[in-house]
Design a protein around this ligand. Structure first.
Ligand code: NAD
Length: 262
């Protein structure tokens, strides 16, 4: 399948590990020029070096927190200065703490909004004017299956991710005329460090082993297994490609059939 992505400039936020990293590597495999970030300079540089070595593409890697609006602005400016455009922007960040509602705190609610919603606002604000100039752009937010179906112990995610869907649909409506497509992907249970963290919490809550928790999650899907980061990454690459040119404002779950609705 010809994706038409060669030489496109792809920003992938929070990409030192897990889903972000797999997405960055998948864009690099398509010949995109890459801009990646995470909070730790060393870990993001390791990814940048590996991608340069394996895919022979240019990579800009910067350490910053995606809740820092000024840092996001400076990063997008640096991307445009280096590469001349910001064609594709994948927003991502770490997941909020896992707990039930009465254990939540006001500070954590505010942090969840900053990390999992405002970070997407900051990136969209910065990249859209550049995309408008080129009359071409793709914004893809990484959220969660919780945008369609709440998950136990993930009340922050269940509540805050819905705001991202509202943002995605609004941006899709407002900027479709400029050739900018905006979509959201919702991973189900996908084998990353984040999932190990969730298994740990569920195991303590339910008094089961982490192995039993993983098996239970897998059994709950139609495909009877967890997802691989690469499977989400490939969906994002397809959404960014010319092959998905009439899809905007959608939430696409990559969940192995975990979602129970129609
Ligand atoms: P992960 O914890 O393995 O990786 C998160 C990445 O984000 C890391 O590179 C980390 O350094 C970076 N990061 C975290 N907070 C940041 C910040 N404030 N600023 C900059 N970088 C930051 O998580 P993952 O499994 O790759 O998940 C990515 C997102 O998808 C999370 O929001 C997670 O909640 C969500 N999600 C994951 C799953 C899953 O099963 N893995 C399922 C549903 C939703």
């Amino acid at each position: 399948m010809e994706t038409g992505l060669k030489n496109r400039v792809a920003i992938v936020a929070a990409s030192s590990q897990g889903l972000g990293r797999a997405t960055a590597e998948a864009f690099a495999a398509e010949g995109c020029r890459l801009a990646i970030c995470a909070r730790n300079r060393e870990t993001i540089n390791v990814v940048a070096e590996k991608v340069r070595r394996e895919h022979k593409v240019e990579v800009l890697a910067e350490p910053f927190d995606v809740t820092d609006a000024a840092a996001v602005r400076d990063f997008v400016n640096a991307v445009v200065q280096k590469f001349g455009s910001a064609d594709i922007c994948v927003t991502n960040a770490g997941g909020p703490p896992a707990k039930g509602f009465l254990a939540t705190t006001i500070d954590e609610w505010k942090r969840a909004v900053d990390v999992n919603f405002m970070s997407a606002v900051y990136f969209a604000h910065q990249v859209i004017p550049h995309m408008q100039k080129k009359k071409w752009g793709r914004i893809i937010t990484i959220t969660s299956i919780t945008t369609k179906q709440p998950v136990a112990d993930l009340v922050y995610s269940n509540a805050v991710r819905a705001a991202v869907v509202g943002l995605v649909k609004s941006l899709a409506n407002e900027f479709g005329k400029d050739g900018i497509l905006v979509n959201n992907v919702g991973p189900g249970f996908t084998a990353t460090d984040r999932l190990k963290e969730l298994a740990h919490v569920r195991s303590a809550t339910l008094g089961k082993s982490e192995k039993e928790i993983f098996e239970g999650w897998a059994a709950d899907t139609a495909l009877k297994r967890l997802g691989e980061p690469r499977e989400l990454a490939d969906t994002i690459v397809w959404l960014a490609s010319e092959r998905a040119s009439y899809i905007t404002g959608q939430t696409i779950l990559v969940d192995g059939g975990l979602y129970k609705g129609l």
